[in-house]
Ligand binder design. Structure first.
Ligand code: HAM
Length: 449
């Protein structure tokens, strides 16, 4: 028989074998990618509040939730959002899959939702179809206040109705959400950018105006002059803004249909007593819009984080994806920006309810029985606090006190052996021993008081 050789133990200082050495770990410094952020537990109350309010309002207005994939065929954005838009030119994250498909992380919801509308034959449902989404989006923008590379939107779309009523309902939904969130002030800016019939005529006039001022505009506007003339109007550079303010206005060139549609939109807003500011230079940065476009801002003068909400009407997007011609309207709000505004305007969001009861354990048996008792409380729908990792009664009581607990349930070795537990009133300090079997009913009785 071959005997296995025992590894030789190295003698330690006093001849005893020394402890095995922990192998050296390879360490790396890690942090969230630029432009992304973690949503920590203390922030979640804002997110929960937004989600609950959005869900309720969507339900009240008859919108159904749709969740589309986070990545899509890149062509839906090139065609939908627009080849000359900032999103497609500078911000979209694209990648080739292992199967060779050319995909993009969604930079906005609208093209994906319109794709789903066509793909699932929603045209055959009673029209219009009202859909909403909530989730993350990705744009490779320069990170700054309110501008992230991964951010979240609330998005609402009404597809299958050309009338101004749907435009106004979308605005009404977002105004209701902001009001329900107790945002104290915000301003709605609105414009009409016309349709395939009247916009090209206006663009010609606009280009004529800018042609004589090319030496006064920024390099970006030179690009817009060639590729996307409407966007000349919303350049943020001071010298370009001066020129835009003198430019001919779209409103004077709207065709009869677009004029009537815009007039009706404003009349409905008046009826609903939703205040608005007519902004002839509002053009939006996405190519699919026709007729109404609007944005909601926290400040009148504009601010560094940008618009809270942006949206508009789109007559041709469904048709562009080979669907039967069908107009739509929608808008989206950035959740991070809304939360920034809530904080800036000092809107208080109550903390989630804290447990009113706290289990305190001592010794091995006390801990074992406490784990079981904790589970029984869960089954009975009673939230209890715990600090099972803390061995001392003092440190556990300190945590229970900090959390504002009304009752502590103390389960030491002695109580565990006798099948009892101590109920301590955290305010008066009064203690009473009760049988473990009866503790849940006793806690229920005391909580009801
Ligand atoms: P958008 O104007 O590109 O429109 O975005 C809507 C909102 O998303 C903005 O007003 C802002 O609150 C937020 N947002 C946009 N980019 C960022 C970013 N980098 N970081 C943080 N928040 C951001 C759309 O996305 C259209 N799809 C809206 C729409 C729906 N139009 C018709 N239907």
């Amino acid at each position: 028989m071959v005997k296995e050789k025992k590894p030789k133990k190295k003698p330690g200082k006093r001849g005893r074998p020394s402890k095995p050495r922990k192998p050296k770990l390879q360490k790396i410094k890690v942090q969230a990618p630029k432009g992304t952020h973690d949503i920590l537990p203390q922030e979640q109350k804002y997110w929960d509040k937004v989600r609950v309010i959005v869900g309720n309002i969507a339900n009240n207005f008859g919108f159904g939730r749709i969740d589309t994939p986070i990545f899509e065929d890149v062509r839906i954005y090139i065609k939908g959002t627009g080849q000359t838009s900032d999103i497609v030119q500078k911000e979209i994250y694209t990648f080739k899959s292992k199967g060779g498909e050319f995909l993009a992380l969604r930079p906005e919801f609208t093209p994906g939702i319109v794709r789903a509308y066509i793909e699932h034959g929603m045209r055959n449902l009673p029209q219009p179809v009202k859909l909403y989404s909530i989730g993350p989006l990705f744009r490779h923008d320069k990170p700054q206040a309110g501008r992230y590379r991964q951010f979240h939107q609330i998005n609402f779309e009404i597809i299958g109705d050309s009338s101004a009523v749907s435009d106004v309902q979308i605005i009404q939904v977002f105004v209701s959400i902001l009001k329900k969130l107790n945002l104290k002030k915000f301003y709605l800016y609105i414009n009409s950018i016309g349709c395939l019939i009247c916009t090209p005529k206006y663009k010609k006039i606009l280009l004529g105006y800018y042609r004589q001022r090319l030496d006064k505009i920024c390099p970006d506007c030179h690009r817009r002059f060639k590729e996307n003339s409407l966007r000349l109007l919303d350049c943020k550079k001071e010298k370009c803004q001066k020129i835009a303010k003198e430019a001919p206005q779209m409103i004077d060139f709207l065709c009869d249909e677009c004029h009537g549609h815009f007039k009706e939109t404003l009349e409905f807003l008046d009826e609903l007593e939703i205040p608005y500011i007519l902004d002839p230079y509002l053009v939006r940065g996405l190519d699919y819009y026709t007729k109404t476009v609007f944005e909601i801002w926290e400040d009148k003068e504009g601010n560094s984080q940008g618009a809270l909400v942006g949206g508009g009407h789109y007559d041709n997007l469904v048709e562009m994806f080979k669907g039967k011609p069908n107009p739509g309207v929608g808008a989206a709000a950035g959740i991070e920006r809304i939360i920034n505004s809530l904080k800036k305007q000092d809107v208080k969001i109550p903390e989630g309810e804290k447990p009113r009861v706290f289990i305190i354990q001592l010794g091995d048996l006390g801990k074992k029985k406490s784990l079981k008792l904790f589970e029984e409380f869960q089954r009975n729908g009673i939230r209890v606090g715990e600090a099972f990792s803390k061995p001392s009664i003092k440190s556990q009581l300190k945590i229970a006190d900090k959390e504002g607990t009304e009752m502590a349930l103390i389960l030491g070795q002695k109580e565990a052996l006798e099948g009892n537990i101590i109920i301590r009133d955290m305010v008066s300090g009064a203690q009473e021993t009760v049988s473990l079997e009866k503790v849940i009913n006793e806690v229920k009785r005391r909580l009801k008081k």
